[in-house]
Design a protein around this ligand. Structure first.
Ligand code: SAM
Ligand code: SF4
Ligand code: SF4
Length: 362
């Protein structure tokens, strides 16, 4: 059972401005809160071995009952308050976010929100694309600004090995094509690389997405949660991934799109487009991590590898005012000192009780 902290609102150091809005917050390492990842369901139609291994997430697994999930109005209200504290980008994730009925309505309401600076909030979504071909148009109409599709291989054999499902690669590729065809939003593709499982598809994936307008990003396999049997020797370091690609298609590093971008960007020297690598394990970027995470049942987590979150849902349902809720959020962020990836190999780091990625959102 995951423990909740901070059920009673505690006054934070944040003060309100002339319009009564809370001030932006920073944590103990001077990192602002800029990004909010919201897990809108803990369920999924795949069983990727590195995320929801079937032996754990089987028919007996206790997924959250509906009443425990945050409703769309609750999510929208919390998102509005997170924005007051500095959030500029929101990403819907899960589990598989396209499984949540009416997700378009949530996107529509979030897309109407504005940052403290008065710009529309960016609303992005990460999906396995199994349902994307069907939903691409309604997501576009709802105002989605970015979409990231996860795809770990191009052959049925590899895809099946990674996703532990009978979904075909074609279904995912059709989803990507539909999104591109209707001009849904810039599409990115994420490939989690696990040595011995799908690393032989690094070059085929690079080849497939070169010259397509899609940015392919290679993600180091992470020790998220407690169930995926992570081992360091199964991580293919970003440097090795780049060396393999560079030996076939020379690449040159380019600068980040914005400060704190987690993917390192590289461009094919022959003009074939861009790729990225996310070296969360071998080149940790905790020092610039500005991500807050809201779990499916409304707890605020300040790190992907946390074992405890601050319960926002219960105070919200018990009638807490906006000011009480922002105090709770700010208090939690101001005490944040997480840097798990930087400390991963230190003997002092506890790895017990880490929450699962499907619940907190990758
Ligand atoms: N179901 C959606 C999907 O797969 O895109 C969204 C949720 S999933 C948890 C979000 C991202 O986390 C995916 O790109 C997935 O590949 C990544 N992910 C999950 N477990 C991971 C792990 N152990 N290491 C690295 N990335 C992981
Ligand atoms: Fe589902 Fe995404 Fe996790 Fe795969 S990575 S099991 S698609 S939530
Ligand atoms: Fe951020 Fe935690 Fe990942 Fe470090 S380990 S980058 S603090 S989520």
């Amino acid at each position: 059972m995951i423990e909740a902290i901070n059920v009673i609102p505690i006054a934070s150091a944040t003060t309100a401005d002339a319009q009564g809005r809370s001030q932006p917050v920073s944590d103990t390492l001077h990192r602002p809160m800029r990004d909010l990842r919201i897990s809108i369901t803990d369920r999924c139609n795949l069983r990727c071995t590195y995320c929801m291994p079937r032996r754990i997430f089987d028919e007996n697994h206790g997924f959250l009952p509906r009443a425990e999930l945050l409703g769309f109005e609750e999510i929208e209200r919390l998102a509005r308050l997170f924005i007051q504290l500095g959030v500029q980008k929101i990403r819907l994730t899960g589990g598989e976010p396209l499984l949540r009925r009416g997700v378009e309505h949530l996107i529509e309401s979030l897309a109407r929100l504005h940052t403290r600076e008065g710009d529309p909030v960016e609303v992005a979504l990460t999906t396995n694309a199994v349902l994307l071909a069907k939903k691409a148009q309604s997501l576009k109409d709802a105002g989605l600004t970015r979409i990231t599709v996860s795809l770990d291989g191009l052959t049925e054999k590899t895809f099946r090995r990674m996703s532990d499902s009978w979904v075909s690669v074609k279904t995912v590729l059709d989803g990507i094509a539909a999104a591109q065809h209707i001009g849904l939003a810039p599409v990115k593709v994420n490939m989690v690389v696990r040595r011995g499982a799908n690393d032989h598809e690094i070059i085929p994936m690079a080849e497939h997405f070169r010259n397509s307008g899609i940015v392919l990003r290679f993600i180091e396999f992470m020790d998220a949660g407690c169930t995926n049997g992570w081992r360091m020797d199964e991580v293919v370091p970003a440097r090795e991934i780049l060396e393999r690609i560079n030996s076939r298609y020379p690449v040159r590093q380019i600068g980040p799109n914005y400060a704190g971008e987690v993917a390192q960007r590289w461009r094919y020297a022959d003009g074939g487009g861009e790729i990225g690598v996310v070296a969360s394990v071998t080149q940790a970027f905790c020092h610039e991590c500005t991500r807050a995470r809201l779990s499916t049942d409304g707890k605020l987590y300040t790190c992907l590898f946390a074992s405890r979150g601050a319960n926002l849902r219960d105070p919200l349902r018990l009638g807490a005012t906006d000011q009480m809720l922002t105090s709770l959020m700010a208090n939690c962020w101001e005490r944040r000192n997480d840097r798990y990836s930087q400390l991963r190999h230190a003997a002092t780091v506890s790895t017990a009780g880490k929450i699962e990625m499907s619940y907190i959102g990758g």
